[in-house]
Design a protein around this ligand. Structure first.
Ligand SMILES: Cc1cc2nc3c(=O)[nH]c(=O)nc-3n(C[C@H](O)[C@H](O)[C@H](O)COP(=O)(O)OP(=O)(O)OC[C@H]3O[C@@H](n4cnc5c(N)ncnc54)[C@H](O)[C@@H]3O)c2cc1C
Length: 159
């Protein structure tokens, strides 16, 4: 049996796994990604790809200057007892830079969702349109999806 060594073993090839794998590889780690299915992509390959990313660079480039406290207040009102300050801080501190990282260093590009209204528009601190909510991933530029389709990944070996 072949023995493979790596610095980081990533289990699963959805957005979470591939993002971790690409980021680690960019920083010089030897990464092995394993996938139990016959194809890459998981639920991510079927998804709409919309992400809620307050303060994302596409919104900033569109001239949207968002109060950084507003998404925190919105999450407090939305999550209630399940609000976890350290997790929310980690998310809000890193989600915008995450989009910038992928834009700068990978083939993954985004389209903005600057006019997408918030789903829970009655929650306090929401916006009629959430200016910086989004960034729709064009996954097909970065992940190995079948030509002409975002909805089903091609068969491919993990590497
Ligand atoms: C139709 C649809 C539309 C959606 N639209 C949106 C949207 O617009 N915005 C949004 O935020 N969310 C959306 N979602 C939800 C979103 O797709 C998921 O929350 C997200 O893709 C989860 O990503 P993930 O990387 O955690 O998991 P997944 O993408 O499911 O990836 C997990 C991978 O791990 C693999 N795996 C599991 N166990 C093992 C194992 N033991 N060994 C090896 N591999 C393993 C699986 O086979 C899979 O490939 C949508 C979902 C659907 C179905």
């Amino acid at each position: 049996m072949n023995k493979i060594t790596c610095d980081l073993l990533v289990v699963g090839s959805g957005a979470a796994g591939l993002s971790a794998a690409v980021t680690a590889a960019h920083h010089g780690l030897k990464v092995v990604l394993v996938e139990k299915d016959a194809v890459f992509g998981g639920a991510t390959a079927w998804s709409g790809g919309w992400m809620w990313v307050p303060g994302n660079p596409l919104a900033r480039r569109a001239g949207i200057d968002e109060d950084p406290q507003q998404p925190r207040t919105y999450l407090k009102n939305e999550l209630g007892d399940r609000y976890d300050a350290s997790r929310v801080d980690a998310f809000l501190d890193h989600c915008g830079p995450m989009v910038a990282f992928f834009e700068r260093h990978t083939a993954l590009q985004f389209v903005d969702g600057n006019s997408i209204p918030d789903i829970h528009g009655t929650v306090a601190a929401t916006c009629s349109t959430w200016p910086s909510t989004a960034g729709r991933c064009n996954w097909s530029t970065a992940w190995p999806l079948s030509p002409g389709s975002r909805s089903r990944p091609r068969r491919s070996a993990c590497s």
